[in-house]
Design a protein around this ligand. Structure first.
Ligand SMILES: Nc1nc2c(ncn2[C@@H]2O[C@H](COP(=O)(O)OP(=O)(O)OP(=O)(O)O)[C@@H](O)[C@H]2O)c(=O)[nH]1
Ligand SMILES: [Mg+2]
Length: 440
C-alpha cells in the first residue's frame, strides 16, 4: 500500500533523541511481545499493565543494560491496533541505541516516520483525518491550534462526512431502484423528497467548508501584513512585535525592499508578521519590485495593518476585502490629533492595545464547529463532493435520467471517501505519513 512492509514488527524511540528523565521505545507487531520477553528478566505484564524489571542484552555474554518499566497493550486495544510494548528506559541515547540494536537482533525492524500511526489507520483504529490530527497536535505552535487538533482527533470530520455520505447513499439507492423500474416509468420517491435530502447534504458540506479559513489560520498562523508609506516606522513596529531587531530601520525613506516575515505567539495564537516596502503614490515608482512584493503580500494577508505616522502621511493599500487595522505611529512626537489607534515603536506605547485588537479581529471569525475541515486536501476533496452534489441537484430539477444523476452521487461519495481515507490511495498516504516524526 505505502511501500512499507506490513504485518511485521517495527520499533523506534517514541521520545525525542537526547538525554532526559526517560526515553520510551515503542514496539508494534505480532512479535512485539515475544521479542521483548527475551530481553526482559521478568514475566511481561498483562495487557494494559506496567511492570518494573531489567533489560538484559547479550554482548555476546548477557549484560544488564538498564532498569526499565514495560507496558503491554494487547491487540486490538492499542494505538496501532496490533500488540504494542513500550519500554521506558533511562533517558540516554547510548541505552536507547543498545536497546534498539537488541530489538533488531530479536527480529524487529526500524519504523519509518509515522508508521505507528499509519498502522493505526490501516487497522481501522482511526480515519485519515484523525491521523492528520495527530501530526497537527504534535506540531501545534499555539494553545488554540492544539485544541483544534484534539477536537479533530475525536473524529469530528469523519463523522460529519459519514452523515453526508449516508444522505447521498439514500439518493443513490433511490436512483438505482428507479432504474430497475425504468420501463414502467414510475417515480418511487418524489422529487421534492430527493431535493430536500440533497439540500441537507449540501448544507452540511457547506458548513464544514465555512470554518476552513479560520482553522487554516489556527494551523499556519495568522498572516498580518504591515503596510504604509515609506518611513512611517513599519520595520520598527515589526521588530517590536516580534521582539527582535530583525529588520533594518533607517531614517532614509525606502529602506525595506524585500518582504520579511517572522512568527510569534500572542495570547495563545500564532501570528506571522510581514514587513514590507513603503508604498509610494508616485506612479513612476509603483512598478518598483519591492512595492510589487508588498502588494502581493497584502493580497495574501489575513489582516492588513495600515500604518501612518505623525511625520508621514497614510497610503491605503488598495481596496482588498481583508480586515484592516489603521494605526498611527511615532506618538512619542504627539498624537493628540489622531482618532485611530496610536502607537510608538520607540517607546512601546500602544502595543498592548494593538496586540489585543489583532486578537479580537481573529477571534471575531474564528468560531470553529465540529467537523470543520482544516487542510487544503480536505478542502479540495469536499469542494469536489459539493460540486457533485450541486450537479446532481440540478439534474433532478432538469429531470435528467436517473443514470446520469446516480453518476453525480457516486462522484460525491468518492470525494468523501477520499477525505476520510476510506478509499486508500498509496501516494496520498506516503505524503501524509512521511511528514510525521519517527516513533509516532
Ligand atoms: N520618534 C519616533 N521615531 C520612529 C518611531 N518609529 C520609527 N521611527 C523612526 O522613523 C524612521 C523610519 O523607521 P523605519 O522603521 O525604518 O520605517 P519604515 O516604515 O520601515 O520605512 P521604509 O522601510 O523606508 O518604508 C527611523 O529613523 C526610525 O528610527 C517612533 O515610534 N518614534
Ligand atoms: Mg522598513
Amino acid at each position: 500500500m505505502t511501500g512499507y512492509p506490513e504485518g511485521d514488527t517495527i520499533c523506534a524511540e517514541a521520545t525525542p533523541r537526547g538525554r532526559g528523565g526517560i526515553s520510551v521505545v515503542r514496539i508494534s507487531g505480532p512479535d512485539a511481545w515475544g521479542i521483548v520477553s527475551l530481553l526482559f528478566d521478568r514475566k511481561l505484564p498483562g495487557p494494559g499493565m506496567l511492570k518494573f524489571g531489567r533489560i538484559i542484552v547479550s554482548d555476546p555474554d548477557p549484560i544488564p543494560l538498564d532498569d526499565v518499566v514495560v507496558a503491554y497493550f494487547a491487540n486490538p486495544h492499542s494505538y496501532t491496533g496490533e500488540d504494542v510494548v513500550e519500554i521506558s528506559a533511562h533517558g540516554s541515547p547510548v541505552i536507547v541505541a543498545e536497546l534498539l540494536e537488541a530489538l533488531y537482533k530479536g527480529g524487529a525492524r526500524p519504523a519509518e516516520p509515522g508508521e505507528f500511526t499509519l498502522r493505526a489507520y490501516l487497522n481501522g483504529r482511526i480515519d485519515l483525518t484523525q491521523a492528520e490530527a495527530v501530526s497537527d497536535l504534535i506540531s501545534a505552535s499555539s494553545k488554540e491550534a492544539a485544541q483544534a487538533a484534539m477536537k479533530q482527533m475525536d473524529g469530528g470530520i469523519g463523522k460529519a462526512c459519514e452523515e453526508i455520505a449516508a444522505l447521498v447513499e439514500r439518493l443513490l439507492i433511490f436512483a438505482e431502484l428507479e432504474l430497475d423500474f425504468v420501463e414502467e416509468d414510475v417515480e418511487l420517491t418524489s422529487r421534492e423528497e430527493k431535493l430536500s435530502i440533497v439540500d441537507r447534504a449540501i448544507g452540511n458540506a457547506e458548513r464544514m467548508v465555512a470554518g476552513y479559513q479560520a482553522s487554516r489560520r489556527l494551523r499556519e498562523g495568522v498572516k498580518v501584513v504591515l503596510t504604509g508609506a515609506p518611513n512611517v516606522g513599519k520595520s520598527s513596529i515589526y521588530n517590536k512585535l516580534i521582539g527582535e531587531e530583525r529588520a533594518i530601520v533607517h531614517s532614509t525613506p525606502g529602506t525595506t525592499r524585500d518582504v520579511l516575515s517572522a512568527k510569534t505567539v500572542i495570547g495563545g495564537m500564532e501570528f506571522e508578521f510581514f514587513d514590507t516596502a513603503g508604498l509610494r503614490g508616485n506612479p513612476d515608482e509603483i512598478e518598483d519590485e519591492g512595492i510589487a512584493r508588498a502588494l502581493i503580500a497584502a493580497k495574501n494577508a489575513d489582516i492588513i495593518v495600515e500604518i501612518e505616522s505623525i511625520d508621514f502621511p497614510g497610503f491605503s493599500s488598495a481596496s482588498l476585502e481583508i480586515p484592516r487595522l489603521k494605526i498611527t505611529n511615532k506618538c512619542d512626537l504627539g498624537c493628540e490629533t489622531t482618532d485611530g489607534m496610536a502607537v510608538s515603536a520607540k517607546t512601546g506605547s500602544g502595543f498592548y492595545d494593538l496586540k489585543k485588537e489583532l486578537l479580537n479581529i481573529v477571534k471575531e471569525d474564528n468560531k470553529l464547529t465540529d467537523g470543520t475541515i482544516n487542510r487544503e486536501r480536505h478542502y479540495r476533496a469536499l469542494a469536489r463532493g459539493l460540486s457533485g452534489l450541486r450537479r446532481g441537484r440540478q439534474g433532478l430539477i432538469d429531470n435528467l435520467p436517473d443514470e446520469m444523476i446516480a453518476e453525480e452521487w457516486r462522484d460525491a461519495l468518492a470525494a468523501l471517501d477520499e477525505l476520510t481515507g476510506k478509499k486508500k490511495l498509496a501516494n496520498l498516504l506516503v505524503s501524509i505519513f512521511g511528514q510525521f516524526c519517527i516513533g509516532k
